[in-house]
Design a protein around this ligand. Structure first.
Ligand code: TSJ
Length: 639
């Protein structure tokens, strides 16, 4: 075989050897992520063909042997001899590094995966790869193994004269992808669906042919990114029906923007450059933000929704609750920043900003109802932000005064050494009363809270700061919140949440934990937050008393003392049913009580992982059954 190749070709083969030596350099990693990346590299070529306006369907198969087939109905990779290399175009694409899309004229290569390395890299990292081209009534085929041609381009049959397209099948090399060779349908779906959203009218099909896993899905969105926004907003309540849409070309930059506000307080913006996600944004996002801020302020002033004396709306005010997609196509994208995910081209900013300002201004003039909804919402957001700032300044000043402005409902302890002190946050005034009577005054403080506290996940900051229960907790703890948080000012070593042992109580505990987690997570991370464990049952027999904290424990006790008519069993429905002495004995006495410490997995802040430790008295004495049972119970709550 080697005689058939000239000197040039040997060099080419060496080029692909480099890919096999350091695959991570070309596809990022050889983990599952890199494996899936191979598929995107191939699909990107078909998407380019779709962007050139020639292909409207791509089918991706996960084959039973875990190989992948990608087929499109584009022009078919050129089979003619490429003059520079003397090889068929197809062979150049699969054997020369970085050759993808460089030949043939017209248009520009826009898509291209994260690393944009092309088909030759996929070929180099595949045990085998077969390409078929359908062109002019003929079926062509060329076969490769680990990047080398094993069967040169030949015509293997005939097809319909009108059929045209490319089909590539490859098996990732297990020697390279040691960790896993198995494709994940839902991972592929994610990227393919995104591609379909970003390319109007392109139909992408994903078919799993593996035994026992057979399924197929079609991604086809005539509305393109408009449908993308509708999809992202589908679990929310949009503030108006339209999806605002701008589109056009400026200075050789193609710009497409779709957006719609929902009733949440979060912004979710995604931007794409040549179909590549740019999570760090860049010039195109700056242009988008500038256009929004300028256009809405101009509109609000012109229509007297903002008076001359009013301050401008900030970009944040306008983007509160906004879901948007900014997608641009640009000829020579320059990516900057550490991860090369931030667009640097200034012409992108100018193009997005000028095109959007123009079209958005026109849209608002044509749709005054929508314009009014957005402006009013933005003005509300502006007021809330201002109120939140004032309220925050207030909590700042208060905590600066330490002890002097403690909440009225707080029954503080007398000991001034925080290390020895604890605070019980108690649900309800009546239980709060019992707890105040029962407590050990020197070291135990009681803060009763009325009813359900505010769910901080679902409220604007001004409401959070204005909430009496939350203000009381912030001042009692003494640490301040967010950027002002200072653990050295903590006034109690233990913050103990004491709620009824029922579903409502668990919900209230969850709300309190959510507040603490969002505003002072360090308290949880450093192990200062606990849940009190009131008993579920009281058993009296022959003037002796037992408390049980679970059904299982009750049954164990009954087994010990015997099940007969002398047993008097009381089921506690809430803290209020216990008198002060009982509350002390069962739940508050540091010598006897059970506390659960709320812990957080430091590694993974994102999916708030709570684990629980059982403390008996202050001595750590884990009791497995108890931990598991309670951890399950509390974990089920949507913290
Ligand atoms: F990259 C690849 F080889 F792996 C691959 C390329 C895989 C798949 C599934 C499809 C494709 C592909 C390439 N689909 N369509 C094309 N089109 C071209 O390569 C092509 C055809 C004609 C002309 C021309 O100027 O006439 C230009 C190009 C880039």
């Amino acid at each position: 075989m080697s005689q058939e190749y000239g000197a040039d070709q040997i060099q080419i083969l060496e080029g692909l050897e480099a890919v096999r030596k350091r695959p991570g350099m070309y596809i990022g990693s050889t983990s599952s992520r890199g494996l899936h990346h191979l598929v995107y590299e191939i699909v990107d070529n078909s998407v380019d063909e779709a962007l050139a306006g020639i292909c409207d369907k791509i089918v991706v198969f996960i084959n039973p042997d875990n190989s992948i087939t990608v087929e499109d109905n584009g022009r078919g990779i050129p089979v003619g001899i490429n003059h520079k290399s003397g090889l068929p175009g197809v062979e150049v694409v699969f054997t020369i590094l970085h050759a993808g899309g460089k030949f043939g004229g017209g248009g520009y290569k826009v898509s291209g995966g994260l690393h944009g390395v092309g088909a030759s890299v996929v070929n180099a990292l595949s045990t085998w790869l077969t390409v078929n081209v359908y062109q002019g009534g003929k079926i062509y085929e060329e076969k490769f193994a680990v990047g080398k041609t094993i069967s040169p381009l030949t015509v293997i049959g005939e097809c319909d004269k009108d059929k045209h397209g490319t089909k590539v099948t490859f098996l990732p090399d297990p020697e390279i992808f040691k960790e896993t060779q198995e494709f994940d349908f839902s991972v592929l779906r994610q990227r393919l669906r995104e591609m379909a959203f970003l390319t109007k009218n392109l139909k992408i099909e994903l078919k799993d042919l593996r035994e026992g896993k057979e399924r197929e899905e079609v991604y086809h969105y005539e509305g393109g990114i408009k449908e993308f926004v509708a999809y992202l907003n589908k679990s929310t309540t949009p503030l108006y029906n339209d999806i605002i849409y701008c589109e056009g070309t400026r200075n050789n930059v193609y710009v497409e923007v779709a957006m719609q506000h929902n009733d949440s307080y979060n912004e979710s913006s995604y931007s794409f450059v040549n179909n590549i996600n740019t999570p760090e944004g860049g010039t195109q996002l700056t242009g988008f933000r500038n256009a929004i801020t300028k256009t809405f302020n101009d509109y609000a002033r012109k229509n007297k929704m903002l008076k001359d004396s009013d301050e401008n709306l900030s970009g944040e005010d306008i983007r509160e609750g906004l879901t948007s997609i900014v997608s641009i196509k640009i000829e020579d994208p320059q990516f900057e920043g550490q991860t090369k995910q931030k667009l640097g081209n200034t012409e992108a900013r100018n193009a997005v900003e000028s095109l959007m300002s123009e079209q958005l201004t026109y849209y608002l003039e044509q749709n005054p109802d929508v314009a009014k909804i957005i402006c009013e919402k933005s003005i509300q957001s502006q007021r809330a932000r201002e109120a939140a700032r004032k309220a925050r300044d207030l909590t700042r000043r208060k905590s600066a005064l330490d002890g002097f402005s403690l909440p009225g409902k707080l029954a503080d302890c007398s000991d001034k050494d925080p290390k020895k002190c604890e605070i019980f946050i108690v649900e309800g005034d009546s239980a709060g009363g019992s707890a105040k009577t029962a407590r050990s005054r020197a070291t135990q403080a009681i803060l009763p809270l009325r009813g359900k506290i505010l769910n901080v996940e679902k409220a604007r900051l001004d409401r959070v700061y204005g909430n009496e229960e939350i203000k009381a907790m912030i001042t009692a703890f003494g640490t301040g919140i967010h950027d002002d948080f200072d653990i050295s000012k903590l006034r109690y070593d233990k913050i103990i949440i004491m709620t009824d042992a029922d579903v409502d109580g668990a919900h209230i505990a969850t709300l309190m934990l959510t507040f603490i987690y969002r505003f002072m997570p360090e308290l949880i991370k450093q192990g200062h937050v606990y849940l009190a464990q009131p008993p579920l049952y009281k058993l009296e027999k022959n003037k002796k008393v037992w408390y049980a904290y679970s059904d299982e424990e009750l049954s164990n006790i009954l087994n010990e003392v015997g099940r007969d008519q002398n047993n008097k069993i009381q089921r506690y429905k809430g803290l209020g049913e216990m008198d002060a002495e009982q509350l002390w004995d069962t739940t508050m006495d540091p010598e006897k009580r059970v506390l659960l410490r709320v812990a957080m997995d430091d590694e993974n802040d994102a999916d708030v992982n709570l684990t629980f430790m059982t403390l008996m008295g202050d001595k750590v004495e884990p009791r497995r059954d108890f931990i598991l049972e309670n951890a399950k119970y509390v974990k089920n709550l949507d913290i």
